[in-house]
Design a protein around this ligand. Structure first.
Ligand SMILES: [Zn+2]
Length: 278
């Protein structure tokens, strides 16, 4: 801040800071752990120090502070199950380094072997996307839609899976619209998304406990525990108070643009939170 001379003239400067330990500790130990509790208390002090410094250097009246997060997190299934919640993992045994699941691609491969003959049907599984092997499908002159449907039916039988949509369904809008499928369709990107897109049941995680990266918990669904985030606006432009209506992270950019007198971002899908403006 000092070397870049931030806040020294009338042209607004943008400083972004990510406190990424929150994510890492959440993955390792889960949101209800002593470790996360300790980290959040320390983070609170770090943020206080930063705000004190900004106040003394620039003055809080001359700044807008926005605080948020990109996602929440599921409780550790083994922990939440103790309280009678239906929770678990789709893969219960260890998954090799670099893989997201063994049971999910195996289930689809086995179902396609039975229905269409033996082959390597799966290209990859990167949760929540399963990619089919197009060269096998094309070599046998099969319709991709049919192959997708057989795979989806097999996955829906797996304990812990709530919904599976196929690429064809997502491209054509051929599905019953509800909270889950609407969000699946929002995150579908034809150039990169899979041929089958999977949503777990609430409180179910894909990976086994020992998975090296996401050892304990993860954030992989559209449920409230994964999508509920802090959303704090601080500055002269905002009316003080707590607001009890649903917002999305998408609302932050147009709200900030409005306050700064700027055009909205080109891909804007949010709204200006005018309820909070002075
Ligand atoms: Zn994460």
């Amino acid at each position: 801040m000092e070397n870049e001379n931030l806040g020294a003239d009338d042209v607004p400067d943008l400083l972004t800071v990510s406190f990424s330990a929150t994510d890492r500790i959440g993955h390792q130990y889960g949101p209800y752990s002593k470790e996360q509790h300790d980290q959040i208390l320390r983070l609170d002090r770090i943020v206080a120090d930063l705000l004190d410094y900004l106040d003394s250097r620039i003055g809080l009246d001359n700044m807008i502070v926005l605080m948020t997060a990109d996602h929440g997190s599921a409780p550790i299934p083994e922990y939440i199950a103790q309280f009678g919640v239906d929770a678990g993992r789709i893969d219960t045994s260890e998954v090799p380094e670099g893989e997201d699941s063994v049971v999910i691609p195996q289930t689809v491969d086995a179902a396609l072997d039975r229905a269409l003959g033996r082959a390597d049907w799966i290209e990859a599984f990167v949760k929540p996307n399963l990619y089919l092997n197009y060269s096998e499908i094309d070599a046998r002159r099969l319709s991709r839609r049919k192959v997708e449907e057989i795979g989806a039916q097999a996955l829906k039988q797996l304990h812990g899976i709530a919904e599976v949509l196929t690429r064809t369904q997502l491209l054509t809008g051929d599905f019953l619209e509800n909270e889950i499928t609407l969000r699946m369709s929002n995150q579908f990107f034809p150039k990169r998304s899979g041929d089958l897109v999977i949503v777990n049941q609430p409180y179910y995680l894909t990976s086994a406990y020992k998975h090296s990266i996401n050892k304990g918990s993860d954030h992989e669904t559209c449920y409230d525990y994964d999508t509920h985030i802090p959303f704090i606006l601080l500055g002269k432009a905002f009316k003080a108070g707590a607001y009890h209506f649903p917002v999305t992270l998408n609302d932050m950019a147009p709200t900030l643009a409005n306050v700064l007198g700027l055009a909205y971002p080109s891909g804007n899908q949010g709204r200006v939170l005018h309820e909070c403006l002075n």
